[in-house]
Design a protein around this ligand. Structure first.
Ligand code: FE2
Ligand code: FE2
Length: 250
C-alpha cells in the first residue's frame, strides 16, 4: 500500500490543475477517491473535497499549493458521502470559501451538522459560470449521472473537465494507477460501475450531446484514472457504445 504525492496535471503561468494525492490504504475505508485543486495565482478552488477519512491528506495537499484562507470555492458535484462527507470540517479550515452544490441538494447538507448560512450557493439546473481568479469555472449539468442534481466542472484555461462519478473505475487490490495507459484494459474496471450506478442511457446521451462542442483535453474523474488527450475520445466513444445501463437491467 502506497501513499502518493500530489501531481500537477496542467500548469501554465500561474494557473494549474492539481490532483491531490492518494493513500492506497484508504480503500479499507471505502472506495478510493480523487480530489483536485484548481489554482489561479494564490487562489484555489477545490473539487469534490471528499469524506471524513481523506480530510487530513487533502488539506495537507492543498496547503502545498495555496493557503487555506485563499481557497475561494468548494465545488460539489452531488450529495454522496464520498463527496460532501467532510464539509463541516472544510468550512472551518477554509473560512472564505463559497460553496456550490445543486439546488436539489442544498437543503440536505445541514444534516451534516453545520449551518452553512451565507456561504452556500445553489447551482440552478441549467448550470452556471462561477467566477474564479482571472477567469471562471463552468458548472456543466450532468443530471442523473448518477445523482438527479449533478454537475461536472470545466476549467476553460487548462481545458480539464472534472467528470464526477462518470469515468469511475474500481481497482483490484494493489492495481491502482493515476493515468490511463491501456484503454482497452481500463474499460474492464469501469464497466460494472457505469452499468449499475448510472441510471439511464438517455441521461448519458443527453450529456454527451451537451459537451460535444467543448474543447476538452483531459477528463479527471472522482474515482479511477485520468484520461489524457486521445483517451478523452476513447472514453466518450465507449460511453456512447454502452448498450444497457441502469433501468435497462431491471
Ligand atoms: Fe456518487
Ligand atoms: Fe463518487
Amino acid at each position: 500500500m502506497k501513499v502518493h504525492k500530489p501531481y500537477v496535471i496542467y500548469e501554465e503561468g500561474d494557473h494549474s490543475f492539481i490532483w491531490l494525492g492518494l493513500d492506497e490504504s484508504d480503500r479499507e475505508k471505502g472506495v478510493l477517491t480523487n480530489q483536485y485543486l484548481i489554482r489561479d495565482g494564490d487562489k484555489g478552488a477545490l473539487l469534490d473535497a471528499g469524506g471524513y477519512f481523506v480530510f487530513e491528506r487533502v488539506l495537507n495537499s492543498v496547503q502545498e499549493f495555496v493557503k487555506p484562507e485563499n481557497v475561494e470555492l468548494l465545488l460539489y458535484s452531488h450529495q454522496d458521502p464520498d463527496v460532501v462527507g467532510a464539509l463541516n470540517l472544510w468550512v472551518d479550515m477554509v473560512p472564505n470559501a463559497r460553496i456550490y452544490v445543486s439546488e436539489l441538494w442544498e437543503r440536505f447538507l445541514p444534516h451534516l451538522g453545520y449551518d452553512l448560512g451565507e456561504a452556500i450557493n445553489e447551482l440552478p439546473d441549467q448550470g452556471a459560470k462561477i467566477p474564479f481568479g482571472k477567469s471562471y469555472i463552468e458548472a456543466v449539468p450532468a443530471h442523473f449521472l448518477h445523482s438527479p442534481g449533478n454537475f461536472h466542472f470545466y476549467d476553460p484555461i487548462s481545458k480539464v473537465y472534472f467528470s464526477g462519478d462518470m469515468g469511475a473505475a474500481i481497482f483490484p487490490k494493489d492495481k491502482w494507477y493515476l493515468i490511463v495507459e491501456n484503454f482497452e484494459e481500463h474499460v474492464k474496471l469501469m464497466e460494472g460501475f457505469h452499468r449499475r450506478y448510472i441510471p439511464s442511457k438517455a441521461a448519458i446521451e443527453k450529456w454527451l450531446n451537451r459537451i460535444q462542442g467543448m474543447d476538452i483535453r483531459i477528463i479527471a474523474p472522482q474515482h479511477g484514472s485520468i484520461f489524457m488527450e486521445k483517451d478523452v475520445k476513447n472514453f466518450l466513444d465507449w460511453l456512447r457504445s454502452l448498450d444497457k445501463v441502469g433501468l435497462d437491467l431491471l
